[in-house]
Design a protein around this ligand. Structure first.
Ligand SMILES: NC(=O)C1=CN([C@@H]2O[C@H](COP(=O)(O)OP(=O)(O)OC[C@H]3O[C@@H](n4cnc5c(N)ncnc54)[C@H](O)[C@@H]3O)[C@@H](O)[C@H]2O)C=CC1
Ligand SMILES: O=C(CO)COP(=O)(O)O
Length: 318
């Protein structure tokens, strides 16, 4: 099965580099100037500087050519995916479409699998998620991810695994999607805690209560508890809440300390906080941390008011 990565951001580029270890891979960039720059420098200086692009990686701005592959990895920000699928549904239908994005679509309240199935009913939809920074994957550091598909897919698992990228598979698409989406919201909250100098103990409390909140919503929507406890849930929560490599965490730190943050940087948890809060309201699930982050991102609340509101919630059983 031939593989192409659609979206030449940090993550798409890193996955294409890793997959080049097992055969030729196409990497599609939407801007011709970006593709030309990468082809000339053999580096994605805009999104993943310092990572050489192997010979087996074919860079292209021609979507028709790239999407001739059977397996297409969609590696773009979540809020862009619906529009991308709608614009190219005829070309993408019938393929194996693997979403590498983490988030909930704000316009529809849906995750990537539902977006893919709505736009491309003849496609096989999958989600690739879990704890991994693009820079680590590109350097060939060991990484383990979750591949979620509705029907068991050992063939796809084998095709997308590389000597340094170890894939575990599951058929719990709901759990895998929601774990990856919701952990970004909690990572922003962890950043706020650290940025506001509330301490490591407060961060541990926040992560634990955040995990409880993630689990409540995901289980209500049909996820399996073991998925939430696995790589795509707990595993990614730990990574993202504790590493300054995370953009969600750094964005939270800036919110917490009142520092500026570059609006061009992809921060998936910002839009997903609001989408998740709306899902929680619709399904009667309490999500106080998520609601706090949605309000902070929307500048509807100050950091000190947000912290006071969380600390003054009624005392209850764990
Ligand atoms: N960077 C990382 O370490 C990881 C990222 N991810 C996920 O991967 C997804 C993409 O993130 P990054 O690659 O890091 O973002 P990025 O900000 O590095 O790059 C985003 C890329 O998407 C492209 N893009 C934007 N809108 C597009 C559209 N409408 N059509 C086609 N391409 C479009 C941009 O040109 C850009 O190259 C996110 O959902 C993120 O959560 C997941 C795991 C790790
Ligand atoms: O999803 C990630 C790590 O698993 C990347 O996190 P950020 O998007 O916060 O950088």
């Amino acid at each position: 099965m031939k593989v192409a990565v659609l979206g030449a951001g940090a993550f798409g580029t890193a996955l294409a580099i890793s997959l080049s270890q097992t055969g030729p891979v196409a990497l599609w960039a939407r801007e011709a100037s970006h593709a030309a720059e990468m082809a000339a420098r053999r580096e994605n200086a805009r999104r993943l500087p310092g990572a050489p692009l192997p010979e087996a990686l074919n860079i292209s701005a021609d979507l028709a050519r790239a999407s001739a592959a059977e397996v297409l990895l969609l590696a773009m920000p979540m809020q862009q995916m619906g529009g991308f699928l709608a614009a190219h549904s005829t070309r993408l239908d019938g393929k194996i479409l693997v979403s590498c994005s983490k988030g909930i679509d704000l316009a529809t309240g849906q995750g990537p699998i539902a977006l893919i199935e709505a736009a491309c009913p003849g496609a096989r939809a999958a989600v690739l998620t879990g704890p991994s920074f693009a820079a680590d994957i590109a350097r060939g550091l060991p990484t383990a991810l979750t591949l979620a598909t509705r029907a068991d897919a050992p063939d796809l698992q084998a095709r997308l695994s590389t000597p340094t990228l170890r894939l575990y598979r599951t058929t719990d698409t709901v759990g895998a999607e929601l774990g990856g989406a919701l952990k970004n919201v909690i990572a922003i909250a962890a950043g706020v805690v650290i940025g506001a100098k509330l301490g490591d103990s407060a961060r541990a409390a926040l992560m634990t209560r955040g995990f409880a909140e993630m689990s409540r919503l995901a289980l209500k929507l049909g996820a399996r508890p073991e998925t939430l406890a696995g790589l795509s849930g707990f595993g990614d929560l730990v990574l993202t809440c504790t590493s300054a490599q995370s953009r969600n965490f750094r964005f939270g730190q800036a919110l917490g300390s009142g520092a500026a943050f570059d609006a061009a940087i992809t921060v998936e948890g910002a839009a997903t906080a609001r989408a998740a809060m709306e899902l929680g309201l619709r399904h009667g699930i309490e999500m106080p941390i998520t609601a706090m982050i949605a309000a902070l991102v929307g500048r509807e609340l100050s950091v000190s008011d947000a912290v006071s509101a969380l600390l003054s919630r009624p005392l209850k059983e764990e």
